[in-house]
Write a protein that binds this ligand. Structure first.
Ligand code: COA
Length: 182
């Protein structure tokens, strides 16, 4: 259960982080097109969802988490883990569901999963002008470690950000395990 502020509806209180299934693919593609520029194909997402559902094995692991509202995914994140390094590949929340703490909750769920599988550091790339995403990552303790000039095209730099995956994430992992996440 995600902690909600006072005055929010009971339906919102019912929002939960869950591992995505292939049945979420249509909703995830709506998120991809609406929020992320539509670069990833259904095949890219379905590969990660399937890979994420067998999260135990393999050199590179995936975790695709969703928050569903009225049965449909309205927020998604995709993390990869190779050895001790996790990467946030995707995170998106439909516009009408933003500023409820759902992106943060999803990413914390992903970091908890990474902690449980030996993750020590989390990296991400974000466009330098994406103020909302940068604010989210900074609020979660990420710090800029590099800048990649024109990574996304002319005049569009990428920031590389990093944070340690802490013992608190491991604790959250234990909580998540109780909730069936991971
Ligand atoms: C970035 C994004 C995922 C944030 O989702 P969200 O659910 O609104 O974020 P949260 O509610 O979890 O925000 C947590 C904290 O991040 C910061 N934050 C998030 N969005 C912010 C914004 N627009 N302006 C300022 N701070 C913001 C705040 O500190 C916020 O805490 P607060 O609401 O208590 O002030 C969402 O805006 C989105 O989908 N954007 C398009 C996709 C995208 O850019 N993804 C990242 C690509 S790298």
């Amino acid at each position: 259960m995600i902690d909600q502020g006072p005055g929010e509806t009971s339906q919102e209180d019912a929002a939960r982080i869950e591992v995505a299934t292939i049945d979420d693919l249509d909703a995830i593609m709506t998120l991809e097109r609406t929020c992320l520029g539509g670069e990833w194909s259904p095949r890219s997402w379905s590969d990660d969802v399937v890979h994420g559902q067998s999260a135990g094995a393999g050199v590179s692991r995936r975790w695709v988490g969703v928050i569903r509202y009225d049965g449909r995914a309205v927020a998604v994140s995709d993390l990869a883990l190779a050895a001790e390094t996790a990467d946030i590949l995707r995170v998106a929340v439909l516009p009408s569901f933003r500023r409820r703490g759902w992106a943060r909750a999803l990413l914390e769920g992903g970091l908890a999963w990474a902690a449980r599988h030996g993750g020590e550091t989390c990296l991400l790339e974000v466009e330098a002008g994406n103020d909302a995403a940068i604010a989210l990552y900074e609020a979660m303790g990420f710090a800029e470690i590099a800048r990649r000039g024109e990574y996304y095209g002319p005049g569009r730099d990428a920031l590389v950000m990093s944070r340690p995956i802490t013992l608190e994430a491991g604790q959250a992992a234990d909580d998540n395990e109780e909730r069936g996440i991971g």
